[in-house]
Design a binder for this molecule. Structure first.
Ligand SMILES: NC(=O)c1ccc[n+]([C@@H]2O[C@H](COP(=O)([O-])OP(=O)(O)OC[C@H]3O[C@@H](n4cnc5c(N)ncnc54)[C@H](OP(=O)(O)O)[C@@H]3O)[C@@H](O)[C@H]2O)c1
Length: 202
């Protein structure tokens, strides 16, 4: 699969490492330091599997895009993404630099700003320090996800499986609070057995 990475920070760069190791191609975008993007693309195989590119390319010329930035720069990023209608956007973002009204999830805020996207919430609940070490564990570590778009969700599940995580389907976006800050699946690494128990108790 060809995966756009919009935001190459702690999460975006480690996901890119996992994707390339799993045989995917990545299009790396957005950093205040263009050299950082080039360094990462070289580390990941430079143009065979990874290339430094624009936000536009990481949105338009890919199968899915990982949006892993900060809310404070989302409107700037939006301007660079081009038409996002129908694009599958994997939202990793947690609302630490924005105050959202009570009851509004980070995913809902992303949808409000990027109208028409097919959003899948994933990779927001694992700590960046664990992303590399918790892949291919035995038993597998779950990676919770939510979406109202079943086809997009299935596609993201195949990506999650490919990088050595167990996709744990929490349902539609009405359940996204379970994996966002304050929810029982946030900031915790779990096996499926423990996750099922946690879901039953919720
Ligand atoms: N860190 C975690 O453990 C973790 C876990 C799960 C989800 N998340 C969420 O995932 C998202 C990304 O997290 P992260 O830790 O990867 O973030 P990060 O390392 O701070 O940076 C993410 C991206 O945002 C850019 N950025 C950060 N501050 C900026 C600024 N002041 N001006 C312009 N660009 C800026 C970074 O560019 P540069 O290359 O220029 O720094 C990078 O491309 C956040 O919404 C976070 O809440 C984080």
């Amino acid at each position: 699969m060809k995966i756009g990475i919009i935001g190459t920070g702690n999460i975006g760069s480690n996901l890119a490492r996992l994707f390339v190791a799993a045989g995917h191609e990545v299009v790396l975008s957005w950093s205040r330091s263009p050299e950082k993007l080039v360094r990462l693309s070289i580390e990941l195989g430079n143009h065979k599997r990874a290339k430094a590119a624009s936000v536009l390319e990481a949105t338009q010329d890919v199968d899915i895009s990982i949006l892993s930035i900060r809310f404070m720069i989302m409107d700037e990023i939006k301007k660079q993404m081009g038409d996002v209608t129908g694009k599958i956007i994997v939202d990793t973002n947690n609302p630490y630099d924005i105050k959202l009204p009570t009851g509004v999830s980070a995913a809902a805020e992303v949808c409000r700003r990027l109208k028409g996207i097919r959003i899948v919430k994933a990779f927001n609940s694992l700590r960046h320090t664990s992303l590399l070490t918790c892949s291919h564990t035995d038993p597998l570590t779950i990676s919770p996800l939510c979406s109202d778009d079943d086809n997009a969700k299935e596609l993201v599940k195949t990506v999650i499986t490919s990088i050595g995580y167990d996709p744990f389907d929490l349902g539609g976006l009405e359940n996204v609070f379970l994996q966002e800050p304050g929810g029982p699946f946030y900031n915790i690494e779990l096996s499926r057995q423990r996750a099922e128990k946690l879901k039953q108790n919720d």
